[in-house]
Design a protein around this ligand. Structure first.
Ligand code: ATP
Length: 133
């Protein structure tokens, strides 16, 4: 019996990933969550961070930003703002984004700007982490 389930990761720009996998581990606001075939139906918030995908016995990692995941009938559909594989990540761009966000966080600004800067910092740090920098 197959122990795989179907996963699709979509962004507004592209169909980032689709296929049958053994496991995924996603980041949620309350911690990491692993999904295997037969998981109960659920909808969870996806937090900025890495997703780990086990396909054909091998692990792959990518960076996702905010979104949602719906799990039902042996499939998981993930809708996120952005997604990148490590080899797509531009380190200098992420470092510059990190510096900009840190600089913005130093200043007293509106709550909206604070939240936006925190999210930009988290995206940049997640990209650098997956890239190993
Ligand atoms: P920046 O300020 O550098 O645009 P950002 O975090 O605001 O960073 P996003 O809005 O999350 O950028 O992403 C916009 C688009 O650019 C998405 O397609 C995303 O995949 C891509 N992207 C963002 N940062 C990088 C990066 N460092 N390397 C490669 N692609 C990136």
């Amino acid at each position: 019996m197959s122990s795989t389930f179907y996963v699709e990761i979509l962004t507004p720009e592209r169909k980032f990933f689709w296929g049958d996998v053994e496991t995924i581990i996603v980041k949620t606001p309350t911690g990491e969550m692993g999904i295997l075939k037969g998981h109960i139906p659920t909808v969870v918030v996806i937090d900025i961070g890495s997703i780990k995908i086990k396909k054909n016995g091998k692990w792959f990692e990518a960076v996702l930003s905010e979104g949602f995941m719906e799990v039902k009938q042996d499939q998981a559909i993930i809708l996120v703002d952005t997604a990148e594989w490590p080899d797509e990540i531009d380190i200098n761009r992420a470092k510059a984004a990190k510096a900009r966000a840190e600089e913005r966080l130093q200043r007293q600004r509106s709550e909206t700007e604070y939240i936006q800067s925190k999210a930009a910092l988290a995206r940049a740090m997640a990209r650098l982490k997956v890239k190993g920098k």
